[in-house]
Ligand binder design. Structure first.
Ligand code: F6R
Length: 240
């Protein structure tokens, strides 16, 4: 694991955007595994700026997102589909047909999980971007998720529902289930990039980098991946 500690969130975002831009420059057909959440917003802004300056193009790039809430239609402002359009896809030269998220409103969710895993097997991520849950989750793979899991439906833990409630008017509106890439799907990416910022992530960053590899901290599995870059600001790195 390569760990880069930055002064603040802005520097973390710039450095992380450079890593993704390098992947796109090296392969215009790259498959980007993307994440939602608060942490990547700054790096998406940097990518939008690089695209506007014509330093990179997403014309032939394909994307696969980590996860989606169950029960929220694409148009819902809190859906991850909406988030990706609002924070990235609508502002770059990507063909929206090349973007993929699991569907949280599919009639048959088990079939949707199988479809998404088959898609990931066909479109191996050139790089997978990950945020980090304060409990060490990656995607919506909560503690105790088996390391060999593929796309599946999860019941979110109370701590994740509480973390995510800041984006909803009230905690009762936060969906209690999600569809997520499994840990095996994440580990199949050629490269992994983890970003984390703020002191509420410090414990999870420590467990990911220095703790034992255990299903109690899903992110610790990344110690077994051959090409992981972790970019964290100094608050998130406080316990390293
Ligand atoms: C998002 C995702 C989650 C987040 C994590 C951190 O697609 O899969 O694992 O990356 O919950 O979220 P933020 O960045 O909001 O702290």
């Amino acid at each position: 694991m390569k760990v880069i500690i930055t002064e603040n969130y802005e520097e973390m975002s710039k450095k992380a955007a450079d890593v993704i831009a390098d992947v796109v420059k090296a392969d215009e057909n790259a498959v980007l595994g993307l994440a939602t959440g608060t942490t990547p917003i700054g790096l998406y802004k940097e990518l939008i700026a690089k695209c506007a300056r014509k330093e990179i193009s997403f014309k032939n790039v394909k994307t696969v997102n980590l996860d989606e809430y169950v029960g929220l239609p694409k148009e819902h402002v809190q859906s991850y589909d909406y988030f990706m359009k609002d924070n990235l896809f609508n502002h770059i030269d990507i063909d929206i047909k090349n973007t993929n998220l699991p569907s949280g409103v599919a009639e048959d969710l088990d079939a949707e999980c199988a479809r998404y895993t088959a898609l990931l097997n066909k479109m191996r991520q050139s790089i997978q971007l990950l945020g980090l849950g304060s409990n060490g989750h990656i995607g919506f793979n909560e503690p105790k998720t088996p390391f060999d899991s593929t796309t599946h439906i999860v019941s979110l833990t109370q701590s994740t529902i509480k973390d995510n409630s800041r984006l909803f008017d009230n905690i009762d509106e936060v969906p209690t289930k999600a569809i997520t890439m499994g840990i095996a799907n994440i580990m199949n990416a050629k490269k992994v990039l983890v970003v984390a910022s703020g002191d509420n992530k410090a414990k999870a960053v420590y467990s990911m980098v220095k703790g034992p590899v255990t299903e109690d901290c899903p992110a610790s599995v990344l110690q077994n991946h051959p090409d992981v870059t972790v970019i964290v600001d100094k608050k998130a790195a406080a316990l390293l």
